[in-house]
Design a protein around this ligand. Structure first.
Ligand code: HEC
Ligand code: HEC
Length: 398
């Protein structure tokens, strides 16, 4: 959440626990969630109500999941943060605590959704804000003849699900993943790549999509740090092999400890830097998706589950076998947040094909990375993968 920018960057998830108005903690079974949350090492992360001043409903969830829930709400109604919060919250994050009429309506809706699910769906999170709102502030209540008789819009390729009756000749998950490992260089060459540093550019809402410097540091088996330098101040994302953090300058939260699905998101990205172990890292593999395309490309899809239960879909180019998209669905108390990363511009680094370009899109942000150089097998100071210091808070920009 950059101060002064309407598009805030959020997107982290966690356990499905919703505590209502000081009521007892009620663990909601979450639709689409199976595995228990992964257990990182550090101390217990702070809960939303420990950090924020006026949290009445969304209590008992870690701060990163709370922010991811704000992202889920904003995406479900296609609103920006400041549409519900006062305009000056952008300059002074303490103002997010102030109530506005629309924020109060949203709070009532939180309770309404909870009670709809409790009364009709055995407490399973089935109805979400998106069920009614469909990316609109005002849900529609009259069927549309134009929609009924018009050409239906293209389906979102990320919604693809395993076919009811999968083609028995379709490749198995194992075969698809083996083809991928082969396509990027094979197990032996992958084993020879144990670290790399990459430098290039980042662009996003916080740079008005101008390119600013970015670096990636990665070390096998799955340690990864990304540093970006938007004008508003440096941002660092770290995964040390067990724990993840984001230190973001001029943000509401200068240091966030990642939990649940938010941790899954950085972990999966880190694992994919050294993909040889992806078969073990994700579990519950499924194949048998119907034929699919991404743009003009034919793709083959497999699905796995990350340690905290986030569903991950991998889209491989049908011909080259290279990974072209990663889609994840990460948990919030209200629903699942989608996020996708598209990979392109594969080039050879020490005999391994690596993407030099990737674009990440999630409910509240979009970032583009373009590397100009990747140096394989270089020593990296262990401190690079340590817990980052809280980022600086500069004078408000607007
Ligand atoms: C549809 C309206 C709506 C949108 C959009 C929205 N919020 Fe909220 N926000 C709320 C409500 C309601 C609460 C209070 C929740 C509660 O009481 O449990 C809240 C609480 C907060 C708080 C806690 C403040 C405090 O100190 O108590 C923060 C921080 C926050 N929102 C940030 C954001 C950010 C950042 C975004 C954009 C990603 C955002 N919100 C988008 C409705 C909204
Ligand atoms: C069962 C359907 C349904 C669900 C689920 C639902 N809403 Fe609504 N919501 C509505 C309707 C209908 C309205 C419009 C009410 C009106 O016209 O007065 C509305 C209005 C709102 C408004 C007021 C918009 C304005 O213009 O003032 C907000 C904010 C809102 N909803 C937030 C949420 C949030 C956040 C969630 C999820 C926690 C949610 N809603 C879930 C049906 C729903």
């Amino acid at each position: 959440m950059k101060l002064g920018s309407r598009h805030t960057i959020v997107g982290l998830l966690g356990a499905a626990v919703l505590c209502l108005l000081n009521g007892p903690l009620s663990a909601l079974p979450a639709k689409g969630q199976t595995a228990p949350a992964g257990q990182p090492t550090g101390a217990k992360p702070p809960m939303a109500e420990d950090v924020f001043k006026n949290v009445q409903v969304l209590r008992g969830i870690p701060v990163d999941e709370f922010m991811a829930t704000m992202g889920f709400i904003a995406a479900s109604l296609s609103l920006n943060c400041l549409d519900c919060h006062t305009e000056d919250s952008g300059r002074d994050p303490a103002k997010y605590a102030e109530d506005t009429p629309i924020k109060q309506t949203a709070r009532k809706m939180l309770l309404m959704v909870k009670s709809i699910n409790a009364q009709n769906f055995g407490g399973v999170r089935t109805v979400t804000c998106y069920t009614c709102h469909r990316s609109d502030v005002a849900p529609r209540f009259t069927p549309s003849l134009a929609e009924q008789y018009g050409t239906p819009p293209d389906r979102d390729p990320n919604d693809i699900e395993v076919a009811q009756q999968p083609d028995p000749k379709a490749p198995t998950a194992e075969q698809i993943l083996n083809k991928y490992i082969q396509a990027i260089g094979g197990e032996q060459r992958l084993a020879g790549l144990t670290s790399f540093t990459a430098s290039g550019s980042y662009s996003g809402y916080d740079t008005d999509f101008a390119k600013t410097p970015a670096e990636v540091y990665a070390k096998a088996p799955g340690l990864r740090t990304t540093v970006i330098h938007p004008p508003i101040g440096e941002s660092t994302t770290v995964f040390d092999g067990r724990n993840g953090w984001i230190a973001e300058s001029n943000s509401l939260l200068p240091l966030i400890t990642l939990t649940g699905g938010e941790l899954d998101a950085v972990t999966v990205e880190a694992e994919l830097a050294f993909p040889a172990k992806i078969k073990q890292y994700l579990t519950g593999w499924r194949a048998g998706f119907p034929p699919a395309t991404l743009g003009d490309e034919n793709v083959v899809v497999v699905q796995g589950t990350a340690p905290a239960g986030s569903r991950v879909k991998l889209f491989f180019d049908k011909d080259s076998g290279l990974l072209v998209r990663l889609v994840m669905f990460t948990n919030t108390v209200l629903g699942l947040n989608p996020r996708e990363i598209d990979f392109s511009d594969y080039r050879d680094v020490a005999g391994v094909k690596m993407p030099f370009k990737w674009t990440a899109v999630w409910t509240d942000g979009r970032s583009e990375f373009e590397m100009t150089g990747i140096k394989p097998n270089v020593p990296i100071d262990a401190a690079r993968f340590g817990k980052p210091a809280p980022a600086s808070v500069k004078a408000p920009t607007r």
